[in-house]
Write a protein that binds this ligand. Structure first.
Ligand SMILES: [Zn+2]
Length: 318
């Protein structure tokens, strides 16, 4: 791949990050700007004035109009977290400024917190990314392919690999020969029944979608998208031909980004979040430094997620 400005942008250095987000006060001020850019706004009645006081180590606001009391974290995905804001910001830094997904174990070491706390924090931030990306369909010239991840674990019992295998649709929006945005959406399979709802969510009406002619993608025509089928000539893999070149590059990057950050066991269960982390970073790669305030803003807009909904039905699996 050619050297380009995106790959060589500076991002935010560790030194600069520590200068801006090194103390609890700085993080509190940054989160305040992220949640209430125009100053306090009552979550209940939108009134702009409040009395402020500290209670049990947390700063509180009491709305002057309706008397509602809240903290900066109340009503957000941070609500139930006991971790200092410096840890939240450092986790956001680690997850947004790297090309690869960070493992919970690495986060545990970097943040100096327990493995369970690191795992939960990472999954809450991945959930923020997943919710942020969910309703942003690709548009225009879109290339799609069916793909699988996981299931590569060897040495297990029969069928274990396939149990952990996750089917997903990889899609890239192209403009002037360059990839703009991408989506990775897990699907149950590649049938009409599964791909119809996927298409409506992932691709804007009127788009022109290119596929390799996999039967399930014919559902695109039924849904009134323009559907272009390009098949590889005999002896060539579909991934080698031009329309799918970038799709192939991003799938390669995805595998690199995920390698070592998860065990095959948990992958199937949490695939939506793992894929969303890569998608979120890619779709904002042109301005890495701004990802920290943008991610903090997204955190304040994501509703509380109790641990059990983050963990999933059968509890924590690694
Ligand atoms: Zn109020």
């Amino acid at each position: 791949m050619a050297i380009n400005g995106i790959q060589f942008q500076k991002g935010l250095s560790v030194a600069q990050f520590m200068k801006e987000y090194g103390t609890e006060e700085q993080c509190q001020a940054a989160l305040m700007r992220a949640r209430w850019p125009r100053g306090f706004e009552c979550p209940r009645c939108s009134h702009g004035e409040a009395f402020e006081f500290d209670r049990r180590g947390r700063h509180h606001w009491q709305c002057k109009a309706c008397k509602y009391q809240c903290t900066l974290r109340a009503g957000t995905i941070m609500e139930h977290s006991l971790l200092p804001l410096t840890k939240w910001y450092l986790a956001i830094y680690l997850m947004t400024q790297s090309k690869t997904n960070i493992a919970a174990l690495a986060m545990m070491r970097q943040l100096g917190i327990s493995w369970k706390a690191a795992w939960l924090l990472k999954h809450k931030l991945m959930e923020v990314m997943a919710q942020r990306e969910a309703d942003r369909p690709l548009e225009g010239d879109v290339r799609v392919d069916d793909a699988y991840l996981g299931g590569e674990r060897t040495g297990g019992g029969p069928g274990r690999g396939s149990k952990n295998k996750v089917a997903f649709v990889a899609a890239v929006e192209m403009r002037e020969g360059r990839p703009q945005r991408l989506r990775f959406d897990p699907v149950a399979n590649f049938s009409f029944a599964a791909l119809g709802p996927w298409a409506k969510k992932a691709i804007a009406p009127g788009s022109c979608v290119t596929s390799d002619g996999l039967l399930g993608f014919e559902v695109l025509e039924r849904l009134n998208y323009q559907h272009r089928v390009v098949q590889a000539p005999r002896g060539k893999a579909g991934t080698e031909i031009e329309p799918f070149k970038w799709l192939n590059v991003v799938l390669g990057n995805l595998k690199t980004a995920l390698s070592g950050t998860h065990h095959a066991f948990s992958f199937a269960k949490y695939a939506r979040r793992y894929l969303a982390e890569v998608q979120y970073r890619f779709n904002r790669r042109s301005d890495m430094a701004s990802m920290i305030p943008r991610m903090a803003h997204a955190v304040t807009r994501t509703r509380p997620c109790p641990a059990r909904s983050i963990l999933g039905r059968s509890g924590l699996e690694t």
